[in-house]
Design a protein around this ligand. Structure first.
Ligand code: UDP
Length: 315
């Protein structure tokens, strides 16, 4: 029988790619999004598909789904630093109330529930690379606290529903991910650098640029999420690409790959900006038989092409 999956935040960058993957795997997909940061443009190609339904709804309110539901992927949340600074209360609400509602639906429907958590639960980490058993170094009252603490609460709530109600739960800790459908102006380093480089404008590096990130191409991430959902692992699993790079070198790489004349300029480092970030993915490798396949150069070329078309407004 055809399985049904609910994707909250299904019109967002990751959510929409997940909808595509689930449709390709033969699922009925119910995409729920309030379009706060998600965009209909990301899912419009699915509207004619009879296995796809879109519901515009804010999941901090009761979620009503009449049909059976086999899987729930809870991806709804503002997720770029700029977005959660702009929508701090919504970010806290969707991580707390929204996770509660989505778990309530999973309990009612006896669905497998997968939480899209984040490397931000590790905060500005004092352990490097980050392993799932590290508890993190988070400032609860800083500007990033609204996202970090909401996701930490969401993880705690997920484990409580698992332990107390016996819901089948999964927790993916998602590290920096990029690819087509990222918003050009979401404030993240990658879309900022690519659009600045394509326009030959100054590329804005925050701080001294020596902070590191590890960027995962979206198709790899979605494969990891899918494998985790089908596994029986209830403890958190890091999903990301361990290829670590400083933000300086990353900016230079983008300038080179775009053939741009842009120069680097340095701006103030945002508060609590993590100094290092790199996933230890040994757990995902051993229990999911998953590891990322797309190199940064390959992924960046596809993403640069996408941004070129978006900048020219070619659909
Ligand atoms: N960053 C930057 N220039 C920008 C945007 C971001 O140098 O225009 C830096 C940011 O301070 C951080 C890194 O790039 O150190 C990655 O930032 P991003 O917003 O992509 O996500 P984060 O990993 O901080 O959540």
């Amino acid at each position: 029988m055809t399985k049904t999956a609910v994707v909250t935040g299904g019109a967002g960058f990751l959510g929409s790619h997940l909808c595509d993957k689930l449709i390709a795997e033969g699922f009925n997909v119910i995409c729920i999004d309030n379009l706060l940061t998600g965009q209909l443009n990301n899912i419009k190609h699915l509207f004619m598909n009879e296995n796809f339904t879109f519901i515009k709804h804010d999941v901090t309110n009761f979620i009503h789904v009449p049909s059976n539901v086999d899987y729930i992927f809870h991806f709804a949340s503002p997720a770029s630093p700029l977005d959660y600074l702009q929508y701090p209360i919504q970010t806290l609400k969707v991580g707390s109330l929204g996770t509660h509602k989505a778990l309530g639906l999973a309990k009612e429907k006896k669905s497998v529930f997968l939480l899209a958590s984040t490397s931000e639960v590790y905060g500005d980490p004092l352990v490097h690379p980050q392993k799932e058993d590290y508890w993190g170094n988070v400032n609860p009252v800083g500007p990033r606290g609204v996202y970090d603490e909401a996701k930490r609460f969401a993880e705690a709530m997920t484990m409580a529903y698992h332990r107390y109600h016996g819901v089948e739960t999964r927790i993916a800790r998602i590290f920096n991910t990029y690819g087509p459908r990222m918003r050009l102006n979401d404030g993240r380093a990658l879309p900022a650098f690519i659009s600045q480089a394509l326009k030959n404008e100054d590329v804005t590096v925050f701080g001294d640029g020596l902070q590191t990130r590890s960027f995962c191409y979206v198709s790899d991430l979605i494969d990891g999420i899918y494998k985790l959902a089908l596994s029986s692992e209830t403890e958190p699993v890091n999903i990301g690409n361990p290829a670590e790079i400083t933000i300086n070198d990353f900016a230079k790489e983008v300038i080179k790959l775009t053939g741009s004349k842009s120069k680097l300029v340095y701006k103030e480092l945002p508060v609590d900006d993590p100094k290092v970030r790199q996933p230890d993915i040994s757990k995902a490798i051993s229990i999911l038989d998953w590891s990322p396949k797309v190199s940064r150069e390959e992924g960046l070329k596809i993403t640069i092409d996408y941004f070129k078309k978006s900048l020219l407004k070619i659909d």
